[in-house]
Design a protein around this ligand. Structure first.
Ligand SMILES: *[C@@H]1O[C@H](CO)[C@@H](O)[C@H](O)[C@H]1NC(C)=O
Ligand SMILES: *[C@@H]1O[C@H](CO)[C@@H](O)[C@H](O)[C@H]1NC(C)=O
Ligand SMILES: *[C@@H]1O[C@H](CO)[C@@H](O)[C@H](O)[C@H]1NC(C)=O
Ligand SMILES: *[C@@H]1O[C@H](CO)[C@@H](O)[C@H](O)[C@H]1NC(C)=O
Ligand SMILES: *[C@@H]1O[C@H](CO)[C@@H](O)[C@H](O)[C@H]1NC(C)=O
Length: 341
């Protein structure tokens, strides 16, 4: 460009004057702008501040609630332990040790709130509530936030839902529940946001007591009628993090050949995570047991179905219904059975 200007000024001669005029014109425009800023700087400052404020307010009042909600929605919950103790007709004493995982860079505080637990069956959330838990105030931390509830007596909201929950827990490999509630989220000096807590959790369940066995079974041929004559240790694997107090559990024992042959009892049945080894005593009709032995294999196939669960003298219909819904078949070697006598 400058080379072009030089050559044109060489040719025209008057080009230099033109250039100076241009420069002066520019100078005056610049001066005008400068003057304008000098006189109206406050207006620009106000405009700038207003713009800044609008953006900030949009962030705080429009984006922030969405970011806060998204943070809650994206967080996932997992249980380290979940305990259902001291069952009564309308309450359970619940303890929870859970971790809330979140990738969000924010570490807000959530107010204490009530969370209702819903059952999910075949991927569909049930509207009715199983139970309601009082969640403590939680301050989010990285990488996970610990949520601890100790021995909280919770009301059974809907007995049918609790029964269905117990059935699923007993029979399924895993179960899904949704924890729902509304709370307030605090983050630094920012305005408080209302958020909806809606977290779906899938966790391992009891898987039908798969691997149930009776170790060291002994038949007591001398037992008085009506007294336990088959004793042993019930081996009950619990692959979940659940602890469930069931009370005294009576299970019917039958065989395909003879029908009902007796029943077995586990007292103070508290199922803990891992391998449970609990004393079991049964009253069986020995003649019917012998009549059920497979003559080729020497094995009795015992069909075991829960019948009653009694805690503090009270029948617990939700446990009983669940126990009745599940059948365990246990092959027992008669040789082993008699070797203990
Ligand atoms: C939770 O619900 C109970 C009643 O069921 C109520 O008394 C309590 O105030 C609620 N707590 C919160 C934090 O909303
Ligand atoms: C929670 O999420 C489930 C779907 O996962 C939905 O059906 C339910 O309506 C939601 N609850 C609330 C209170 O938004
Ligand atoms: C039960 O335990 C015995 C040995 O203690 C074993 O031989 C048997 O296979 C086990 N049964 C089941 C169903 O696990
Ligand atoms: C268990 O046995 C009792 C009789 O002792 C019977 O009334 C009941 O129906 C049986 N329950 C199941 C689930 O088979
Ligand atoms: C268990 O069997 C005994 C003896 O047959 C009987 O008296 C008792 O009622 C049975 N219990 C249940 C819960 O079926």
């Amino acid at each position: 460009m400058s080379r072009g200007n030089e050559s044109s000024s060489e040719r025209k001669g008057g080009g230099e004057v033109e250039q100076i005029e241009n420069y002066q014109a520019k100078l005056t425009t610049g001066g005008k702008v400068k003057n304008h800023f000098k006189r109206f700087w406050w207006a620009h400052l106000i405009a700038f501040c207003a713009g800044f404020l609008i953006i900030a307010l949009c962030l705080v009042y429009v984006a922030m609630p969405k970011i806060a909600q998204k943070g809650i929605d994206d967080a996932t919950l997992s249980y380290n332990s979940l305990k259902f103790m001291k069952p009564t007709l309308d309450t359970l004493t619940v303890s929870v040790d859970a971790v809330q995982h979140s990738d969000s860079p924010f570490t807000p505080t959530l107010d204490a709130f009530n969370v209702s637990m819903h059952l999910v069956k075949d991927g569909v959330r049930h509207d009715k509530v199983i139970t309601q838990l009082r969640m403590p105030q939680v301050h989010a931390q990285h990488p996970g936030t610990s949520i601890i509830i100790n021995d909280q007596e919770t009301k059974i909201v809907d007995i049918d839902q609790v029964t269905e929950f117990c059935k699923q827990v007993l029979t399924q490999e895993s179960i899904t529940v949704i924890m729902e509630g509304k709370t307030k989220l605090h983050l630094g000096a920012l305005p408080v946001n209302s958020v909806t807590y809606n977290s779906s959790i899938t966790f391992k369940a009891l898987n039908g007591f798969k691997g149930f066995n009776i170790t060291q079974p002994k038949i007591d041929l001398l037992a008085e009628p009506g007294q336990p004559n088959l004793l042993g240790m019930a081996l009950i694997p619990n692959p979940s993090v659940l602890t469930v107090e069931l009370g005294t559990v009576v299970m019917n024992i039958s065989t395909k050949e003879k029908g009902l042959i007796g029943n077995s009892t586990i007292e103070n049945f508290i199922l803990k995570p891992g391998q449970n080894l609990l004393p079991i005593k049964a009253i069986v009709d020995q003649a019917l047991v012998l009549g059920s032995v497979n003559s080729k294999t020497g094995i009795v196939n015992m069909i075991i179905v829960g019948q009653t669960a009694v805690y503090n003298g009270v029948h617990l219909p939700y446990f009983e219904a669940a126990l009745k819904s599940h059948t365990i078949t246990l092959p027992v070697d008669l040789q082993t059975l008699l070797s203990g006598t």
